[in-house]
Design a protein around this ligand. Structure first.
Ligand SMILES: Nc1ncnc2c1ncn2[C@@H]1O[C@H](COP(=O)(O)OP(=O)(O)OP(=O)(O)O)[C@@H](O)[C@H]1O
Ligand SMILES: [Mg+2]
Length: 488
């Protein structure tokens, strides 16, 4: 999640942000539908009410004009009794009253007891409808001049109770319609969106379970949408790799603990034995030697583990240009003693190649491979290193020996941490089994690789390991072949 996303999420209520995608989409659509439908319904409501009002006003106006003419021709008598003849027209009951210029009532009809007393009659505009309350009843009225009698005004009024009732009914009907509209849209969107986001939901659910530590989760073929289906395949691949990684890590820790325990047990036992009773100087010396051997093994193991951890972590040192010949020569010098002990001849066929990397690590890579080759080659045998430049990109370093090679069933496992073949375990050499794992890590850290390959006719017939590294430069005049004299 980037900063903008975080900021945006910060504006949303926490509960909303934690909803599923489907719920959020439905909530958005429901909200938008509600707002727009409410606006539309409100507009329609106002329009209908305005049209009703206009119809009523038009009817009132024509009625008032008609009655005023009628009064002008027929005349009317003053007094409290209803005298103004207001005819019924349409279903509305019309109320009429005649006022003099001071606002006093001269005559009225259909007004219960007496018509309303308006202080403002003289100043009220004629022919303009207005609302008023008469004994708790809402009414709409209009003042009209009576032709020939300028000082008198005719008030025509109708009850607005029906209109108000219609308004309430219309408002209720619209609210019900609005709710139905929103519910219908929510159901529809929930269903439609559900079909689209079902893959997202499965993915999100699977990701949540993986985050909680369940690496048995797989999405498989359940998703129909092609893009999400590809995402599901990638997700399953990722979980597969994660699973393998977790397992190998657990296995690694178990192996490491086991490897650490053996020398520690020896050390502990020897020291306990030494303290139990008095011994001869020679026996003590033997005990100290045993302890030293175990300590050396522990030290070796700790160093190898540290190297592996260092290679797997972030590197801060910058890479330099490394001349492969220098690395080979340095590695030869380091394994010289071991080669001498086994009277092994070290041969090299060099091509001058440059790579970028860490000289120390590349040195360690070659030394480990040479040590293995020297240990497994026959006594007085040979170990051959060939540096082959393959412009423009690759340099291959092939190390072969005259040993028995790696058994078919072990070939896939030699690069596993702590793996040692049964043969090697039976021999007196007690390596940690981390050598090749470290070598491969080093090669890969240099964007290269290390593989156990079949020897070509140019190689020796035993085990043959090939290091591939990206080439950054080479000299055309190679120093081929150059052979070191047997160290033995
Ligand atoms: N040149 C080789 N010939 C035959 N087998 C080999 C050769 N190199 C490695 N192996 C096999 O691969 C196993 C793993 O090698 P690796 O270098 O990782 O461990 P190691 O040599 O046993 O111990 P370490 O290198 O950690 O001291 C060896 O134990 C051996 O069985
Ligand atoms: Mg080794």
């Amino acid at each position: 999640m980037d900063d903008r996303d975080r900021a945006w999420r910060g504006l949303l209520p926490a509960r909303f942000a934690s909803m599923t995608l489907r719920t959020r989409i439905v909530a958005y659509v429901a909200l938008v539908t509600l707002i727009f439908s409410a606006l539309a319904f409100a507009g329609v409501y106002r329009l209908i009410i305005a049209m009703d009002q206009r119809r009523l006003d038009d009817a009132l106006r024509s009625l008032a004009a008609e009655e005023a003419n009628h009064l002008a021709t027929r005349g009317f008598t003053f007094g409290p009794s209803p005298d103004v003849d207001v005819e019924e027209s349409g279903p509305l009951l019309k109320h009429g009253a005649v006022y003099d210029e001071a606002g006093s009532i001269l005559a009225y009809v259909h007004f219960d007891r007496a018509p309303p007393q308006f202080d403002s009659i003289p100043s009220k505009k004629v022919d303009v409808p207005f609302d008023f309350d008469f004994r708790g009843e809402p009414m709409r009225g209009m003042l009209s001049p009576i032709p020939g009698q300028q000082s008198k005004r005719l008030l025509m009024a109708v009850s607005r109770a029906d209109v108000e009732g219609d308004k309430v009914f219309l408002a209720r009907a619209m609210i019900v319609a609005l709710l139905f509209n929103v519910i219908w849209v929510v159901l529809l969107v929930h269903r439609v969106v559900g079909r689209f986001v079902v893959g997202h939901e499965q993915l999100a659910d699977a990701a949540r379970r993986v985050a909680a530590g369940d690496l048995t989760v797989r999405i498989g073929q359940q998703v129909k949408d092609p893009e999400i289906a590809q995402l599901a395949i990638d997700f399953d691949d990722m979980v597969d790799r994660l699973d393998v990684l977790m397992r190998s890590q657990q296995q690694f820790v178990a192996h490491a603990a086991h490897e650490l325990r053996s020398p520690l047990t020896t050390l502990y036992g020897e020291l306990q034995l030494a303290l139990r009773r008095e011994r001869s100087v020679e026996a003590y010396r033997e005990c100290v030697r045993e302890c030293l051997e175990s300590t050396e093994r522990l030290k070796m193991l700790a160093e190898d583990l540290l190297t592996l951890a260092r290679l797997g972590g972030e590197r801060t040192e910058t890479m330099e240009t490394v001349f492969i010949s220098d690395v080979v020569q340095a590695a030869f010098r380091e394994v010289g003693t071991l080669a001498g002990e086994r009277q092994v001849e070290l041969d090299v066929q060099e091509a001058s190649a440059y790579v970028t990397g860490h000289a120390r690590d590349l040195g360690r890579l070659l030394r480990n491979l040479l040590e293995n080759a020297i240990r497994h080659t026959k006594v007085k045998g040979r170990v051959l290193v060939r540096v082959i430049v393959e412009p423009p990109q690759v340099v291959r370093i092939v190390i072969s020996d005259e040993g028995p090679g790696v058994a078919e069933e072990d070939r896939a496992r030699v690069f596993e941490a702590f793996f040692r073949s049964a043969q090697t375990r039976a021999s007196h050499y007690e390596g940690t089994g981390l050598g090749l794992a470290i070598c491969r890590e080093i090669a890969r850290a240099h964007r290269g690789d290390l593989a156990l390959v079949s020897p070509t006719p140019s190689d020796l017939a035993g085990a043959c390991f090939e290091v591939l590294l990206p080439l950054v430069g080479f000299d055309r005049v190679s120093r081929l072949p150059s052979s070191l004299p047997s160290v033995g």
